[in-house]
Design a binder for this molecule. Structure first.
Ligand SMILES: [Ca+2]
Length: 498
């Protein structure tokens, strides 16, 4: 069944009886959080490409990745299933199985030209799972090379997986390009110091680079006359690489920028508040291409939101989130398993192994340093240096400390998810109802943790060996941050004098 634009939205083009299958351009950043885009009101970062897609298409206010970690998030995008439904692929640095239908492969079989540049599914070992090439498509050096390989008139799927704004950052790139540190909105889980502001600017610098490169692809598409029939998706895989963000179920780990453009199908400037999860992408693309929907998909197509139907409240008012093992940073290869439900008003999290360290063990583990689920950065080491000396908040505890079995955040008062209200009698009934919803979802999606909360399944999943190879030089990097923290002179050089 092919989706045709809504009755209240008039097509500007003469449609033939059978419109051609749309092309799909999937632009995905690596570690970019909501609300760091111009259209969301961020005063510092410039994202003209994202803003244009939002202005001429739809922008989502409540889009969430399925898990705040590269490999499981990307697996859920490609396979349309929650990470806990994907076996080993629920972990970072894992193996992705071929037994679940993948929308890119299905569209390739149906005659689409498919391919990707840079980061597709990963990190992990796709060959060990039975894939011949990356699950996001055959690798091409760039969009031009991909287009050259396309037959005349052939519909296509192109996945552009930037490595931005994943760390490591080149220090001071933000200030050097004229960004103003005083405009940075420092998330309240980070100390507001010049050093953290500077680190945020370096992150913004890479967000802008992703936006610029995405803009170049759009320009090329337009020049080829292909934009009119292309659905363009621009988003990220998980949140910003800062403490209490990436690899956490809080908003800065899971809430994602998302804009979708599809001329003649989406009314420009649409702002969508429905709660959507990345498992919804696969069914969206299958429906847009007029393909039969695989039974295995857990998500629901987003196409219904593109029609101009008056909004009578939210049709989707919650999302479910999860995490298992991110980096291998706990003794015994242990995961830090959590599940959560996020509604408009509340975030409820269950930490199944709350005796473990959420950000990784405090002792140095292999080559990844302490608290290895947090990417190494000057912000991380600044907060580590604050241990035992809380300032306006206990940033160390927020970033690295152990957490209780249950967490409940009341979003109207606490947008940064800082004050756990799980023990507050005022919210007892709310908490019980959220807990029940979470449990029901876990049972309905056949989550092993629904019947076996302490399962060691994800602890035992192989951590693919490439990891050690590719991160060999991390200890050197850790030492350099420690030196910076000791050395006031270097701080000044980095605009980190505090
Ligand atoms: Ca990522």
């Amino acid at each position: 069944m092919l989706f045709i634009s809504g009755r209240s939205f008039e097509s500007t083009r003469e449609n033939t009886v059978q419109p051609p299958q749309p092309n799909i351009l999937f632009l995905i950043a690596d570690d970019w959080s909501y609300p760091h885009a111009g259209v969301y009101g961020d005063p510092t970062v410039h994202t003209p490409t994202f803003d244009r897609l939002a202005a001429e298409g739809a922008v989502f206010e409540n889009a969430y990745c399925a898990a705040p970690s590269c490999s499981p998030s990307r697996a859920s995008i490609l396979l349309g299933r929650y990470p806990h439904q994907l076996g080993s692929a629920g972990n970072l640095w894992s193996v992705i199985p071929t037994k679940f239908p993948n929308w890119v492969s299905l569209l390739a079989k149906a005659g689409y030209h498919t391919g990707k540049s840079r980061k597709g599914w990963g990190p992990g070992d796709f060959e060990a799972g039975g894939y011949q090439e990356n699950p996001a498509g055959k690798d091409y050096p760039d969009f031009d090379a991909f287009l050259k390989d396309r037959k005349e008139g052939q519909p296509f799927v192109y996945w552009f997986g930037s490595h931005d704004p994943h760390r490591i950052y080149e220090t001071n790139t933000g200030v050097k390009t004229g960004m103003d540190p005083s405009l940075v909105v420092v998330p309240e889980f980070l100390p507001d110091t010049p050093c953290v502001r500077n680190d945020m600017l370096d992150y913004y610098y890479e967000v802008e680079r992703f936006d610029r490169e995405s803009g170049n692809i759009l320009q090329r598409l337009e020049a080829e006359g292909l934009l009119d029939n292309t659905m363009v998706i621009m988003t990220s895989d998980n949140g910003m690489p800062f403490p209490r963000a990436k690899a956490n179920l809080y908003d800065h780990g899971t809430r994602m920028p998302l804009a979708i453009y599809w001329r003649n199908h989406i009314e420009g400037g649409k702002r969508i508040f429905e709660f959507v999860n990345f498992v919804d992408f696969a069914p969206t693309f299958m429906e847009a291409a007029g393909m039969e929907m695989p039974q295995s998909f857990s998500g629901k197509s987003l196409l219904e939101f593109f029609n101009s139907i008056p909004d009578h409240g939210l049709r989707r008012d919650k999302v479910f989130l999860e995490r298992e093992r991110h980096a291998n940073v706990r003794k015994g290869d242990l995961s830090y398993p959590s599940r959560a439900v996020r509604t408009k008003d509340f975030l409820y999290i269950k930490n199944f192994e709350h005796d473990r360290w959420p950000a990784g063990d405090p002792n140095v583990h292999q080559s990844v340093g302490q608290f290895g689920d947090v990417d190494n950065s000057i912000s991380k080491y600044l907060i580590m240096a604050m241990e035992g000396n809380p300032t306006d908040k206990d940033y160390f505890q927020l970033a690295f400390g152990k957490r209780p079995f249950e967490e409940l955040y009341v979003l109207a008062d606490d947008p940064y998810n800082l004050v756990n209200q799980a023990g507050n009698p005022k919210y007892k009934a709310i908490k019980a109802s959220l807990e029940k919803e979470l449990q029901t979802w876990m049972e309905e999606t056949n989550d092993l943790r629904a019947r076996e909360p302490q399962t060691d399944y994800w602890d035992k999943v192989l951590y693919t060996p490439d990891y050690q190879k590719e991160n060999f030089d991390l200890s050197e990097q850790v030492d350099s941050y420690k030196m910076l923290l000791r050395d006031g002179g270097s701080f000044k050089e980095m605009s980190c004098n505090q």
